[in-house]
Design a binder for this molecule. Structure first.
Ligand code: XMP
Length: 321
């Protein structure tokens, strides 16, 4: 029978057999899959693994720290952090088209990761790249390799020829809930293991309009409040994902104290789903919605209106961009 202990032992043996004494590199996103995949590889080959965390400045409050501090403390993994926030913000300046944002972020990610990989490779003989491909990804892409940040087929598409890696994909036979169990067995922080899915392009596709440092700060504050109240209500695991979206180019009139305000709306988009292919809007208790709304309008001065997205997928998507 399959137990977590068996899975870990089997995978550790398989990874050792595949990798031998070569060096391995892994891009951490802050998400569950890459974190668990890397932890497994680290258990198998220790410091032959170097993880790279590209901080694109588009993460939510506390997420970079979770990777840089909590995850490293829990695993002892060798981590190279690249603070690329300015670079991503520069490349995104003035861009409003959702696909354009995605393309820019994907391109910059490859460039930054490539540079980091070269630096790691200069120090050793890197032949392998870890990816957190799950079984549903394998099925969805017709049995090929995964669809993580870097699309890949035996080598990494988008990376230059002298940076070709064979893939190590220790989660290829597993579903998400199994990956979470595995993560817990490997001693990863609960907050990381139970993190809601979060898109690679991050908050950039939750700002409707151009991305800027100010807008990111505002959205981060609103998003943190929504997450805090969801957690306080004990509802984290009842919700698949809870995007908070800033309508940065929309303003509406409001009133606060004695004054008229002319601020931005944020949209709450809590959804329930099995696999993100279809979704329904979560029927969160009204008192939870009310607390989130009150706190956001009180604590985030530029936001004077909070609205709830009550659209299923289809026809809506989970993200607004
Ligand atoms: P949609 O908005 O298409 O999202 O209903 C489905 C799921 O995919 C996530 N998502 C992304 N994940 N890169 C990612 O890694 C992306 O560009 C991207 N766009 C959407 C979304 O958060 C949801 O879980």
């Amino acid at each position: 029978t399959w137990t977590m202990g068996n899975i870990i032992d089997d995978q550790v043996a398989a990874i050792r057999a595949q990798v031998g004494d070569k060096e391995v590199i892994c891009a951490l996103s802050g998400g569950v899959d890459s974190a668990v995949a890397a932890a497994l590889v680290h258990k198998a080959v220790g410091d032959q693994l170097t993880c790279v965390f590209v901080d694109h400045g588009l993460l939510r409050a506390g997420e970079a720290e979770q990777v840089e501090q909590d995850y490293v403390a829990a695993t002892g993994i060798k981590l190279k952090v690249v603070d690329a926030a300015d670079r991503f913000l520069g490349a995104l300046a003035g861009v409003t088209d959702p696909e354009e944002k995605r393309k820019i972020i994907g391109r910059e990610f490859i460039r930054v990761f490539e540079q980091a990989a070269r630096e790691v490779a200069a120090a050793g003989d890197v032949e392998f790249l870890v990816q957190g491909t799950l079984y549903p990804d394998v099925v969805e892409s017709g049995g090929g390799t995964g669809t993580a940040n870097i699309k890949s087929h035996h080598n990494v598409g988008g990376l230059p020829d002298d940076l070709r890696f064979a893939l190590v994909e220790p989660l290829r036979t597993l579903f998400k809930d199994e990956v979470r169990q595995l993560g817990l067995s490997l001693g990863l922080p609960e907050a990381m293991v139970w993190r809601h899915p979060f898109p690679g392009p991050g908050l950039a596709i939750r700002i409707i309009g151009a991305v800027s440092a100010d807008r990111l700060e505002l959205l981060r504050a609103a998003d943190l409040i929504a997450r805090q109240e969801l957690t306080a209500a004990g509802l984290d695991r009842d919700v698949w994902q809870f995007p908070v979206v800033l309508l940065a180019d929309v303003r509406s009139v409001g009133v606060q104290g004695d004054g008229r305000t002319y601020g931005h709306p944020v949209v709450l988009r809590p959804v329930s789903s099995e696999d993100a292919m279809t979704a329904d809007w979560s029927r969160l208790p009204y008192d939870v919605i009310a607390r989130i709304s009150t706190r956001i309008t009180n604590e985030v001065p530029e936001v004077n209106r909070v609205v709830l997205d009550v659209t299923s997928k289809p026809p809506g998507t989970i993200e607004w961009e």
